[in-house]
Design a protein around this ligand. Structure first.
Ligand SMILES: Cc1cc2nc3c(=O)[nH]c(=O)nc-3n(C[C@H](O)[C@H](O)[C@H](O)COP(=O)(O)OP(=O)(O)OC[C@H]3O[C@@H](n4cnc5c(N)ncnc54)[C@H](O)[C@@H]3O)c2cc1C
Length: 525
């Protein structure tokens, strides 16, 4: 079937590659400012009521399932666990924990002598955090104990209706750790035609009732109302440039056919693996090492969060499937404490899980491998398990990177190769966090049974910075080499922070949108 296009023959103001967390924000902001915008999204345009199912296995399809080659000492597990595909991107099946970064996250080199400083600080993002949180009615506590922002959040905190959250709070209480219901991009009361959460607990399978925010249901519909054209199932395979070195548009594939979209500004919001992959693949005679890559930093310093889970067995039922997965959190271990012997820190969440994730997790736990009758016996006791999960800072390393492999995908694009190894500091941090998680579970009355190594979230690979020799883009995502080419997504992150990243991704996108609108008005782009 031929692709129906509104702006097919036009040079639009902006083409946005990827309709995820950042792409959604940009599409809404730019089109509401009167710019003519085309959004190209590799995955489908889903309807939550028809296309989301309360089914753990079938909803794995929300993840980016194309093959990626992984290597390094700690190869990352790709797919549903860390990338989304389809309008909404990762926000369609993310957990909805909506934290701000702390001030120290932007200055780890200065404060702790590790990582790198960002070219911006918390203060530069503060009003964008506030704007994004208000726009999607983030629910949160009246007083959040950690970081620079202590609330109140736009909507009241969620009732922690989850036995796992109560278990966690009980354990923290006994040990003297502070805890809180986290800020969540999940409604606690009706907002903008959407209902409050009814605790079905299928956040990671896509929220059918629309109580959980995603750009699929919030930003993209607003962008379309403002005139944006959103084309789903369109995989961008190349960014085009002209003889003067400016970006002129993109090539994309839909149903096996290649199309071109011309634009005055090209914005890549394809996430931490696909953004560097596309820039590297867009090499031409003028940019032989890939677009925006005169520094050699495209693809470098990709990061994840360490995300070990600790499971304990209790005498009473916990039922990890009940309610919103994360309803209790502590950031008491977020900042560097020299006595611990490593830099930076982590967030801990009481984190629910469904049976398939439980079974596949414990099967490769540090106590494993576990399979066969033993696995069946353990899963029969699923209701008795409680779980705590960490979100640990992983320091950037030049060696952790995305490159192009020799293998090609169905569109003839080289598959991404993702090389990743944890560093010494990362391992010490994990060991400490596993100790803290275990002590909380024990204090709550549980017996530790399984420690499951895991990672979550991707960041970096096109880091921002002031120095064009050691970074890909400035703090607005404008690439140093091609002034009308922007990167705007999690790949801009300089460090990973020790908390969930999406509020920061969206705040950065909101800031970039303001910059582009301002420059476009003054004809400077
Ligand atoms: C299971 C899970 C739970 C999570 N929980 C949380 C949480 O609780 N809190 C939190 O803060 N974060 C969470 N995250 C992380 C969050 O999803 C990401 O931080 C966020 O989505 C990143 O936004 P982005 O705009 O950089 O990329 P994405 O949202 O991933 O969007 C990128 C989009 O680009 C599209 N794309 C890629 N390549 C191309 C191409 N060549 N052409 C066209 N389109 C392309 C993709 O299909 C995708 O839709 C979670 C993630 C997962 C997977």
């Amino acid at each position: 079937m031929t692709l129906q296009r509104k702006y097919g023959r036009d040079v639009v103001d902006a083409v946005i590659i990827g309709a995820g967390a950042a792409g959604g924000v940009l599409a809404k902001e730019l089109s509401e400012a009167g710019m003519r915008v085309v959004v190209l999204e590799a995955g489908p345009f889903r309807d939550p009521q028809h296309d989301f199912a309360s089914d753990e296995l079938s909803m794995k399809s929300l993840g980016w399932e194309d093959t990626r080659i992984v290597d390094g000492a700690d190869p990352l597990q790709m797919g549903h666990n860390n990338s989304g595909r389809g309008v909404g991107g990762g926000t369609a099946h993310f957990t909805g924990v909506f934290l701000r970064f702390h001030e120290s996250d932007f200055r780890t080199r200065t404060v702790d002598g590790v990582g790198e400083d960002w070219p911006i600080g918390y203060a530069d993002l503060e009003r964008f955090y506030t704007k994004v949180e208000k726009e999607i009615a983030v629910s949160g506590p009246k007083h959040f104990p950690w970081g620079s922002y202590h609330g109140p959040y736009p909507y009241p905190e969620r009732e922690p209706l989850s036995p796992n959250a109560y278990m966690f709070m009980n354990g923290c209480e006994k040990l003297g750790y502070r805890y809180s219901v986290p800020p969540l991009a999940i409604l606690s009361a009706p907002f903008d035609g959407r209902p409050p959460c009814i605790n079905r607990g299928f956040c990671n399978q896509g929220c059918m009732p629309n109580a959980k925010f995603s750009t699929l249901i919030v930003h993209i519909p607003k962008a379309i109302r403002a005139g944006a054209e959103v084309l789903a199932d369109c995989m961008v395979t190349r960014i085009r440039t002209d003889a003067s070195g400016k970006a002129t548009g993109v090539e994309f594939v839909h149903n096996g056919q290649t199309y071109v979209q011309n634009a005055r500004i090209v914005i890549v919001s394809a996430y931490a693996v696909e953004t560097p992959r596309l820039l590297l693949h867009s090499a031409d005679s003028r940019f032989p090492d890939g677009l925006a890559n005169s520094s050699g930093w495209v693809g470098k310093a990709i990061m994840t969060h360490s995300s070990h889970d600790v499971y304990a067995k209790f005498d009473q039922e916990i039922r990890l499937y009940k309610g919103t997965p994360v309803l209790a959190t502590t950031q008491d271990f977020y900042e560097t404490d020299p006595a611990r012997g490593f830099a930076r820190g982590y967030t801990l969440h009481a984190h629910g899980t469904r049976p398939v994730e439980f079974a596949s997790g414990i099967a490769h736990s540090e106590q494993g491998p576990i399979w066969g009758q033993r696995l069946r016996d353990i899963v029969l006791d699923y209701n008795l398990y409680g779980r705590v999960t960490m979100v640990g800072e992983v320091l950037p390393s030049e060696r952790n990177r995305v490159t192009l492999s020799d293998e090609k995908d169905a569109n003839g694009m080289p598959r991404a190769k993702v090389t990743f190894s944890l560093g010494d500091n990362d391992r010490k941090l994990i060991e400490h966090a596993v100790g803290t998680m275990s002590s909380i579970l024990r204090a709550a009355g549980g017996t530790i049974e399984f420690v499951v190594p895991d990672t979550a979230h991707l960041m970096g690979g096109c880091r921002m910075g002031n120095d064009p020799e050691t970074s890909v883009a400035n703090s607005y995502g404008q690439t140093h080499d091609v002034p009308n080419l922007f990167v705007c997504d999690a790949s801009l992150f300089v460090t990973s922070g020790g908390g969930n990243p999406t509020n920061t991704v969206m705040a950065l996108a909101s800031r970039t949108a303001e910059y582009i609108i301002d420059r476009a008005k003054r004809m400077e782009l």
